[in-house]
Design a protein around this ligand. Sequence first.
Ligand code: WT7
Length: 641
Amino acid sequence: MSYPYQIKSAAQYQDAYKKSKEDPEGFWSEVAEGFYWRKKWDKVLDWNFSEPKTEWFKGAKLNITENCIDRHLEKMGDKPAIIWEPNNPEERTRVVTYNRLHKRVCQFAQVLKNNGVKKGDRVCIYMGMVPELAYAVLGCARIGAIHSVIFGGFSAQSIADRLYDANAEFIVTCDGAYRGNKDIPLKSVIDDALIGNRTVKKVIVYTRTRTPVSMIKGRDVWWEDEMEHAEHQVEQEGKVTFPAEEMDAEDPLFILYTSGSTGKPKGVVHSCAGYMVYTAYSFVNVFQYEPGDIHFCTADIGWITGHSYILYGPLAAGATTMMFEGIPTWPDAGRFWDIIDKYKVNILYTAPTAIRSLMGFGLGHVHGHKLDSLKVLGTVGEPINQEAWNWYDENIGKGKCPIVDTWWQTETGGILISNMAGITPAKATYATLPLPGVDPMLVDENGKEIEGNNVSGNLCIRHPWPSIIRTTYGDHERCRLNYFSAYPELYFTGDGAYRDEEGNYRITGRVDDVLNVSGHRLGTAEVENAINMHAGVVESAVVGYPHDIKGQGVYAYVIFEHVHGDENLTRQDILQTVTRVIGPIAKPDKIQFVPGLPKTRSGKIMRRILRKIAEGEMENLGDTSTLLDPGVVDEIKKGKL
Ligand code: WT7
């Protein structure tokens, strides 16, 4: 397989970019020719950002799994689609060929059908990183059910909220998951999430850790039993078939929840055709994937990175993609490097937070590894600092692997700003240039465009690209308000950026009340709500502060009625509450008890002051004269952790 849409030189990039700007519809229809359609589109694009409405490849019919699996079978049936590395390096690895993936996805699609799942139904998936998670995701796509994958670090309460929001009737989970030296009891978390739930009809449980689980009659079924039964149904005369549901280009493919600056996480909806085209296009071009290469994206499929660059993008390109069940520091901090040498990985795509954490363990864990199979390195999820970039470049890439710094978001579906490995130049700490079809701009507070170079502003996008967010599930107005209303007729990213003299973009971080902790998104309001659930908490304010490894840490200022005994125990109680309400990933790094919060006379918390103090900036707090009680600032400064 070769890619008709692969850009091979800087000049070709310039041409493609120009063409995409002058004739976006012509540009994307050419790219879309590289896919398998049951029926081609009537219109390439219909859109406006005021509703918003975005319809790509309107009228086309397809199924994404035919593109990710079936069309590769003839020539590449025996090639590995997924290589799975277990948590425990002693355990047998699994290589899933495209033929095998086809069989398992057909089987699981049949299982879903047998359990009453129909096109359009929402299926929540809460599993560890096992190949069965890929079968579950693709099985849903095969029958047109909408998957909503929830990361294993979310609590029962978070799952319950998401089940309710999506009105999900089906769950696929595991008994447990292995992560490092821990076993996480996933099914038991699901059981807690289902207390009082009246909508979920079936829970399919895959056995991974064989930890004891309760299996409720009529509701809970074992994956293995269901798959065995389905195997006979999908096999006819030695051939496996399960007809893929014919989907409209704009039918929803999945929901993925993500945090915003206000309220509960929202369900970002992506649709079939545009998401498929854009993830495959960006995958091939950013990483310069060549057939036969082994691509290792270390993200979890519970996040968008895993959806787009472990599963859909690579599989649509007929690639070999790695799935790693464990964590980078177990059994020791050389685990990534072991995996790279073991499978001769060609592309490594990971987060700056992982790089910084591994840096901290010292080069001893890197030495003794060849790492000579590596061709391309990538980073995602947060800004990468110069020091981590250099370390990655020198010690992992040995100075010979281009590093792609890929900027994008859950809402963008795929990478929007990045260099292309070896094709367009890298610049450390810069995501660099937009991909063809992406039209970024900077605006000031009033929405006025900031033109020219060496300028900073709020990052917006002018024109839709194929994998742009379609809606927030069940609440289209929320989608409009969040992304399309701050600056009329523009998509607002929530990020600030700087543009250098060559037009390279450097992402400087969120300009809204969203934190990026270890590359995971958290809303300050969401964390505050969780803290406020704790008995005794009167009020709280959460801000981010620079953290050496996580990028940002969570700093919580808490007004507490009266601390019972030991302050530290009360802190532990609050952490426990946050773990219950959101999950361990949202636990504040620092909790400072304060007598009051700096508020304006109208009652608004002045977060700017709190942010500065959390950053250790005690002077230059700006104008505090408008505060209701300026004295509270000194108290807070005194108690700074
Ligand atoms: C936010 C999106 C997209 C995959 C993982 C995160 C930040 C993302 C970069 C980068 C600087 C980055 C932005 C963005 N971000 N990539 N290369 N450089 N910042 O997805 O949870 O939707 O978060 O992550 O602030 O808005 P997400």
